[in-house]
Design a protein around this ligand. Sequence first.
Ligand code: ZN
Length: 353
Amino acid sequence: MKSNFEYNLCNWCLKRQYIKNYRLKEIVEDCEICHGIENQIYKISYKIIQATRDYQYDTFLIGLTLDHSFYDNEDKFRSRFKIRGKENIKASLLREIRKNFGKISNKKIDLNSPDITVNLQIGKKFETTVSVNSSTVILSGRYRKRKRFRSISNNSDNVDCLEINQRHIENLLKKKLMTLFHSKSIIFWPLGKEEPESLVLGNGRPFYVTIKNSKLISFKHGFSIRSNGLVFNIKEKLPILPKAIPFYIKKVRTLVTCEDNLKSSDLKLINDLGIRIIESYSRGYKSWNFIYQMQSELKTQKKFELLIVCDNRFPIRRFINGDENVSPNLYQILDKRCMCEFFDILDIASEDD
Ligand SMILES: [Zn+2]
Protein backbone atom coordinates (compact mmCIF):
# COMPACT_ATOMS: atom_id res chain seq x y z
CA MET A 1 0.00 0.00 0.00
CA LYS A 2 1.22 3.46 -0.93
CA SER A 3 1.91 5.92 1.86
CA ASN A 4 0.40 9.32 1.27
CA PHE A 5 3.79 10.78 0.41
CA GLU A 6 4.02 8.48 -2.55
CA TYR A 7 0.92 9.95 -4.17
CA ASN A 8 1.50 12.66 -6.69
CA LEU A 9 -1.16 15.30 -6.23
CA CYS A 10 -1.23 18.84 -7.56
CA ASN A 11 -1.85 21.61 -5.07
CA TRP A 12 -5.35 22.19 -6.47
CA CYS A 13 -6.39 18.60 -5.72
CA LEU A 14 -4.51 18.52 -2.44
CA LYS A 15 -6.31 21.54 -1.04
CA ARG A 16 -9.60 19.69 -1.51
CA GLN A 17 -8.47 16.78 0.71
CA TYR A 18 -7.73 18.94 3.78
CA ILE A 19 -4.71 16.92 4.90
CA LYS A 20 -2.46 18.65 7.37
CA ASN A 21 1.33 18.55 6.95
CA TYR A 22 1.15 17.17 3.44
CA ARG A 23 4.29 18.00 1.50
CA LEU A 24 3.41 20.28 -1.44
CA LYS A 25 4.80 19.23 -4.78
CA GLU A 26 5.32 21.36 -7.86
CA ILE A 27 3.39 19.09 -10.18
CA VAL A 28 0.45 19.62 -12.51
CA GLU A 29 0.12 17.08 -15.35
CA ASP A 30 1.42 14.26 -13.17
CA CYS A 31 -1.40 14.68 -10.66
CA GLU A 32 -2.90 11.25 -10.07
CA ILE A 33 -6.41 12.63 -9.61
CA CYS A 34 -6.90 15.37 -12.19
CA HIS A 35 -3.94 15.08 -14.62
CA GLY A 36 -3.68 18.86 -14.63
CA ILE A 37 -7.31 19.79 -15.24
CA GLU A 38 -6.83 23.03 -13.34
CA ASN A 39 -4.76 24.29 -16.28
CA GLN A 40 -7.74 23.64 -18.56
CA ILE A 41 -10.11 25.99 -16.75
CA TYR A 42 -9.25 29.03 -18.83
CA LYS A 43 -9.42 27.01 -22.07
CA ILE A 44 -12.84 25.62 -21.12
CA SER A 45 -14.14 29.07 -20.17
CA TYR A 46 -13.00 30.37 -23.54
CA LYS A 47 -14.89 27.54 -25.26
CA ILE A 48 -18.04 28.65 -23.45
CA ILE A 49 -17.40 32.22 -24.57
CA GLN A 50 -17.27 30.92 -28.16
CA ALA A 51 -20.46 28.89 -27.78
CA THR A 52 -22.43 31.76 -26.24
CA ARG A 53 -21.19 34.64 -28.38
CA ASP A 54 -24.43 34.88 -30.43
CA TYR A 55 -26.59 35.11 -27.33
CA GLN A 56 -27.68 38.39 -25.77
CA TYR A 57 -28.12 37.57 -22.09
CA ASP A 58 -27.35 38.75 -18.55
CA THR A 59 -27.32 35.62 -16.40
CA PHE A 60 -26.08 32.07 -16.79
CA LEU A 61 -25.83 28.67 -15.18
CA ILE A 62 -23.30 25.97 -16.03
CA GLY A 63 -23.81 22.24 -15.60
CA LEU A 64 -21.04 19.67 -15.91
CA THR A 65 -20.73 16.02 -16.83
CA LEU A 66 -17.21 14.88 -15.99
CA ASP A 67 -15.63 11.62 -17.10
CA HIS A 68 -15.90 9.00 -14.35
CA SER A 69 -12.13 8.34 -14.33
CA PHE A 70 -11.60 11.60 -12.40
CA TYR A 71 -14.03 10.52 -9.67
CA ASP A 72 -12.47 7.06 -9.57
CA ASN A 73 -9.01 8.53 -9.04
CA GLU A 74 -10.23 10.74 -6.24
CA ASP A 75 -12.31 7.96 -4.63
CA LYS A 76 -9.28 5.67 -4.58
CA PHE A 77 -7.20 8.28 -2.81
CA ARG A 78 -9.95 9.15 -0.35
CA SER A 79 -10.74 5.57 0.60
CA ARG A 80 -7.03 4.95 1.22
CA PHE A 81 -6.93 7.84 3.70
CA LYS A 82 -10.53 7.56 4.90
CA ILE A 83 -11.39 11.09 3.78
CA ARG A 84 -15.14 11.67 3.84
CA GLY A 85 -17.59 14.49 3.29
CA LYS A 86 -15.28 16.81 1.40
CA GLU A 87 -16.11 18.60 -1.83
CA ASN A 88 -15.37 16.37 -4.83
CA ILE A 89 -13.44 17.17 -7.99
CA LYS A 90 -16.56 17.88 -10.05
CA ALA A 91 -18.07 20.39 -7.60
CA SER A 92 -14.71 22.07 -7.23
CA LEU A 93 -14.06 22.24 -10.97
CA LEU A 94 -17.56 23.52 -11.71
CA ARG A 95 -17.24 26.26 -9.12
CA GLU A 96 -13.94 27.39 -10.65
CA ILE A 97 -15.29 27.33 -14.21
CA ARG A 98 -18.37 29.32 -13.20
CA LYS A 99 -16.22 31.87 -11.42
CA ASN A 100 -13.74 32.11 -14.27
CA PHE A 101 -16.36 32.34 -16.99
CA GLY A 102 -18.28 34.97 -14.99
CA LYS A 103 -15.14 37.07 -14.79
CA ILE A 104 -14.30 36.78 -18.50
CA SER A 105 -17.85 37.24 -19.79
CA ASN A 106 -18.86 39.85 -17.23
CA LYS A 107 -22.20 38.02 -16.74
CA LYS A 108 -23.82 36.91 -13.50
CA ILE A 109 -24.57 33.42 -12.21
CA ASP A 110 -28.26 32.75 -11.53
CA LEU A 111 -29.14 29.40 -10.00
CA ASN A 112 -32.92 29.82 -10.19
CA SER A 113 -33.86 31.36 -13.54
CA PRO A 114 -30.78 31.92 -15.69
CA ASP A 115 -31.12 33.46 -19.17
CA ILE A 116 -28.93 30.69 -20.57
CA THR A 117 -27.89 27.25 -19.32
CA VAL A 118 -24.55 25.88 -20.50
CA ASN A 119 -23.98 22.13 -20.38
CA LEU A 120 -20.39 20.97 -20.38
CA GLN A 121 -19.12 17.48 -21.03
CA ILE A 122 -15.48 16.87 -20.22
CA GLY A 123 -13.92 13.59 -21.30
CA LYS A 124 -10.96 11.63 -20.01
CA LYS A 125 -8.47 13.59 -22.10
CA PHE A 126 -10.21 16.93 -21.45
CA GLU A 127 -12.20 16.70 -24.71
CA THR A 128 -14.87 19.30 -24.07
CA THR A 129 -18.26 19.74 -25.69
CA VAL A 130 -20.42 22.74 -24.90
CA SER A 131 -24.17 23.01 -25.49
CA VAL A 132 -26.26 26.08 -24.74
CA ASN A 133 -29.99 26.36 -23.96
CA SER A 134 -31.77 29.63 -23.45
CA SER A 135 -34.76 30.12 -21.19
CA THR A 136 -38.14 30.66 -22.85
CA VAL A 137 -38.78 34.34 -23.49
CA ILE A 138 -42.33 35.43 -22.60
CA LEU A 139 -43.49 38.79 -23.88
CA SER A 140 -46.66 40.74 -23.31
CA GLY A 141 -47.88 43.40 -25.69
CA ARG A 142 -50.76 44.76 -27.71
CA TYR A 143 -51.43 45.04 -31.40
CA ARG A 144 -53.30 47.68 -33.31
CA LYS A 145 -54.77 47.07 -36.74
CA ARG A 146 -55.23 50.27 -38.67
CA LYS A 147 -55.98 48.74 -42.07
CA ARG A 148 -58.84 46.40 -42.99
CA PHE A 149 -57.69 43.08 -44.38
CA ARG A 150 -59.31 41.90 -47.57
CA SER A 151 -62.67 40.28 -47.05
CA ILE A 152 -62.69 36.52 -47.48
CA SER A 153 -65.35 34.33 -49.07
CA ASN A 154 -68.90 34.81 -47.71
CA ASN A 155 -69.25 31.05 -47.55
CA SER A 156 -66.93 30.65 -44.60
CA ASP A 157 -68.65 30.91 -41.28
CA ASN A 158 -67.78 33.42 -38.58
CA VAL A 159 -65.55 31.04 -36.61
CA ASP A 160 -63.41 30.47 -39.73
CA CYS A 161 -63.18 34.23 -40.36
CA LEU A 162 -61.89 34.84 -36.86
CA GLU A 163 -59.39 31.98 -37.14
CA ILE A 164 -58.08 33.07 -40.55
CA ASN A 165 -57.60 36.62 -39.30
CA GLN A 166 -55.75 35.44 -36.20
CA ARG A 167 -53.47 33.17 -38.21
CA HIS A 168 -52.66 35.99 -40.61
CA ILE A 169 -51.69 38.31 -37.74
CA GLU A 170 -49.74 35.51 -36.10
CA ASN A 171 -47.72 34.90 -39.28
CA LEU A 172 -46.85 38.57 -39.69
CA LEU A 173 -45.65 38.83 -36.09
CA LYS A 174 -43.76 35.51 -36.17
CA LYS A 175 -41.88 36.48 -39.32
CA LYS A 176 -40.52 39.61 -37.63
CA LEU A 177 -39.81 37.93 -34.29
CA MET A 178 -37.95 35.05 -35.94
CA THR A 179 -35.40 37.45 -37.37
CA LEU A 180 -35.13 39.42 -34.17
CA PHE A 181 -34.84 36.47 -31.77
CA HIS A 182 -33.29 33.88 -34.14
CA SER A 183 -35.93 31.37 -33.11
CA LYS A 184 -38.36 29.21 -35.06
CA SER A 185 -40.34 28.17 -32.03
CA ILE A 186 -42.74 31.03 -31.40
CA ILE A 187 -46.29 30.82 -30.02
CA PHE A 188 -48.77 33.71 -30.23
CA TRP A 189 -51.62 34.03 -27.68
CA PRO A 190 -54.00 36.91 -28.45
CA LEU A 191 -56.79 37.71 -25.96
CA GLY A 192 -59.82 37.53 -28.21
CA LYS A 193 -60.31 37.67 -31.95
CA GLU A 194 -61.70 39.94 -34.63
CA GLU A 195 -62.64 39.56 -38.28
CA PRO A 196 -60.24 40.33 -41.15
CA GLU A 197 -62.21 43.50 -41.98
CA SER A 198 -62.22 44.76 -38.37
CA LEU A 199 -59.95 47.54 -37.21
CA VAL A 200 -58.35 47.32 -33.78
CA LEU A 201 -57.86 50.83 -32.43
CA GLY A 202 -57.17 52.48 -29.05
CA ASN A 203 -54.50 50.69 -27.06
CA GLY A 204 -54.98 47.58 -29.19
CA ARG A 205 -55.60 43.93 -28.42
CA PRO A 206 -53.50 42.37 -25.63
CA PHE A 207 -51.43 39.32 -26.49
CA TYR A 208 -48.64 37.11 -25.18
CA VAL A 209 -45.80 35.51 -27.10
CA THR A 210 -43.53 32.68 -25.99
CA ILE A 211 -40.19 32.21 -27.76
CA LYS A 212 -38.13 29.06 -27.29
CA ASN A 213 -34.41 28.69 -28.07
CA SER A 214 -34.07 32.43 -28.48
CA LYS A 215 -30.70 34.07 -29.01
CA LEU A 216 -32.00 37.31 -27.56
CA ILE A 217 -32.95 36.77 -23.92
CA SER A 218 -32.15 40.01 -22.23
CA PHE A 219 -33.28 43.42 -23.37
CA LYS A 220 -34.04 46.54 -21.41
CA HIS A 221 -36.85 48.32 -23.25
CA GLY A 222 -40.12 47.51 -24.97
CA PHE A 223 -40.19 47.82 -28.74
CA SER A 224 -42.58 48.15 -31.68
CA ILE A 225 -42.95 46.10 -34.85
CA ARG A 226 -44.82 47.38 -37.90
CA SER A 227 -46.08 45.13 -40.66
CA ASN A 228 -48.96 45.38 -43.20
CA GLY A 229 -50.91 48.05 -41.31
CA LEU A 230 -50.38 46.29 -37.98
CA VAL A 231 -48.46 47.77 -35.08
CA PHE A 232 -47.27 45.37 -32.38
CA ASN A 233 -46.16 47.09 -29.20
CA ILE A 234 -44.13 44.74 -27.03
CA LYS A 235 -44.51 46.15 -23.55
CA GLU A 236 -42.48 43.86 -21.30
CA LYS A 237 -40.83 40.52 -20.64
CA LEU A 238 -42.68 38.33 -18.14
CA PRO A 239 -41.17 35.65 -15.87
CA ILE A 240 -44.15 33.31 -16.51
CA LEU A 241 -47.43 33.30 -18.44
CA PRO A 242 -50.36 34.49 -16.29
CA LYS A 243 -52.19 31.54 -14.68
CA ALA A 244 -55.62 33.03 -15.41
CA ILE A 245 -56.59 35.12 -18.42
CA PRO A 246 -56.82 38.76 -17.30
CA PHE A 247 -60.25 40.37 -17.48
CA TYR A 248 -60.88 42.87 -20.29
CA ILE A 249 -63.77 44.98 -21.54
CA LYS A 250 -64.04 46.04 -25.18
CA LYS A 251 -65.69 48.96 -26.86
CA VAL A 252 -66.93 48.06 -30.33
CA ARG A 253 -68.39 50.13 -33.18
CA THR A 254 -70.51 48.27 -35.67
CA LEU A 255 -72.68 49.04 -38.69
CA VAL A 256 -75.97 47.15 -38.66
CA THR A 257 -78.42 46.67 -41.54
CA CYS A 258 -82.05 45.91 -40.73
CA GLU A 259 -84.54 44.06 -42.98
CA ASP A 260 -87.29 46.58 -42.20
CA ASN A 261 -87.35 50.34 -41.98
CA LEU A 262 -86.33 51.60 -38.57
CA LYS A 263 -88.19 54.02 -36.32
CA SER A 264 -86.65 56.01 -33.49
CA SER A 265 -88.75 53.93 -31.06
CA ASP A 266 -86.83 50.86 -32.29
CA LEU A 267 -83.50 52.41 -31.40
CA LYS A 268 -84.89 53.38 -28.00
CA LEU A 269 -85.29 49.66 -27.28
CA ILE A 270 -81.56 49.27 -27.79
CA ASN A 271 -80.42 52.42 -26.04
CA ASP A 272 -82.52 51.79 -22.92
CA LEU A 273 -81.18 48.32 -22.42
CA GLY A 274 -78.99 48.89 -19.36
CA ILE A 275 -76.62 46.13 -18.23
CA ARG A 276 -77.53 42.73 -19.65
CA ILE A 277 -76.21 39.21 -19.23
CA ILE A 278 -76.05 37.36 -22.53
CA GLU A 279 -75.86 33.58 -22.57
CA SER A 280 -74.18 31.87 -25.48
CA TYR A 281 -73.31 28.35 -26.62
CA SER A 282 -70.29 27.65 -28.73
CA ARG A 283 -68.83 24.22 -29.53
CA GLY A 284 -70.76 22.66 -26.66
CA TYR A 285 -69.71 25.23 -24.07
CA LYS A 286 -72.06 27.66 -22.39
CA SER A 287 -70.74 31.05 -21.38
CA TRP A 288 -72.09 34.31 -20.03
CA ASN A 289 -70.98 37.79 -20.96
CA PHE A 290 -72.05 41.26 -19.95
CA ILE A 291 -73.16 44.08 -22.20
CA TYR A 292 -72.55 47.22 -20.15
CA GLN A 293 -73.77 49.77 -22.62
CA MET A 294 -75.34 50.04 -26.09
CA GLN A 295 -75.79 53.23 -28.06
CA SER A 296 -77.31 53.40 -31.55
CA GLU A 297 -77.54 56.11 -34.15
CA LEU A 298 -79.64 55.97 -37.31
CA LYS A 299 -77.59 56.32 -40.51
CA THR A 300 -80.21 55.55 -43.19
CA GLN A 301 -83.73 54.12 -42.93
CA LYS A 302 -82.36 50.60 -42.68
CA LYS A 303 -78.90 51.13 -41.29
CA PHE A 304 -77.69 52.18 -37.88
CA GLU A 305 -74.39 52.48 -36.10
CA LEU A 306 -74.23 50.57 -32.85
CA LEU A 307 -71.67 51.19 -30.11
CA ILE A 308 -71.36 48.32 -27.63
CA VAL A 309 -69.34 48.18 -24.42
CA CYS A 310 -69.10 44.52 -23.39
CA ASP A 311 -66.85 41.76 -22.05
CA ASN A 312 -63.88 41.04 -24.32
CA ARG A 313 -65.13 37.56 -25.20
CA PHE A 314 -68.64 38.68 -26.20
CA PRO A 315 -69.57 37.30 -29.70
CA ILE A 316 -70.53 40.54 -31.47
CA ARG A 317 -71.55 39.25 -34.91
CA ARG A 318 -73.54 36.32 -33.58
CA PHE A 319 -75.43 38.65 -31.21
CA ILE A 320 -76.34 41.10 -33.99
CA ASN A 321 -77.19 38.46 -36.59
CA GLY A 322 -79.64 36.84 -34.18
CA ASP A 323 -77.79 33.54 -33.69
CA GLU A 324 -80.20 31.25 -31.80
CA ASN A 325 -77.35 30.12 -29.53
CA VAL A 326 -76.96 33.67 -28.22
CA SER A 327 -79.71 34.82 -25.92
CA PRO A 328 -81.04 37.40 -25.85
CA ASN A 329 -79.81 38.47 -29.26
CA LEU A 330 -80.60 41.64 -31.21
CA TYR A 331 -83.48 39.98 -33.07
CA GLN A 332 -85.14 39.11 -29.75
CA ILE A 333 -84.63 42.64 -28.45
CA LEU A 334 -85.71 44.50 -31.59
CA ASP A 335 -88.10 41.98 -33.13
CA LYS A 336 -86.48 42.75 -36.51
CA ARG A 337 -83.89 40.74 -38.44
CA CYS A 338 -80.51 42.50 -38.45
CA MET A 339 -77.13 41.88 -40.02
CA CYS A 340 -73.72 43.07 -38.89
CA GLU A 341 -71.91 44.75 -41.83
CA PHE A 342 -68.62 45.02 -39.95
CA PHE A 343 -67.34 45.71 -36.48
CA ASP A 344 -64.32 47.64 -35.30
CA ILE A 345 -62.65 47.36 -31.91
CA LEU A 346 -62.34 50.90 -30.58
CA ASP A 347 -60.52 49.87 -27.43
CA ILE A 348 -59.87 46.99 -25.05
CA ALA A 349 -59.33 47.98 -21.44
CA SER A 350 -58.59 46.18 -18.20
CA GLU A 351 -59.27 47.40 -14.69
CA ASP A 352 -55.57 48.30 -14.39
CA ASP A 353 -55.56 50.56 -17.49
ZN1 ZN B 1 -4.86 17.51 -9.47
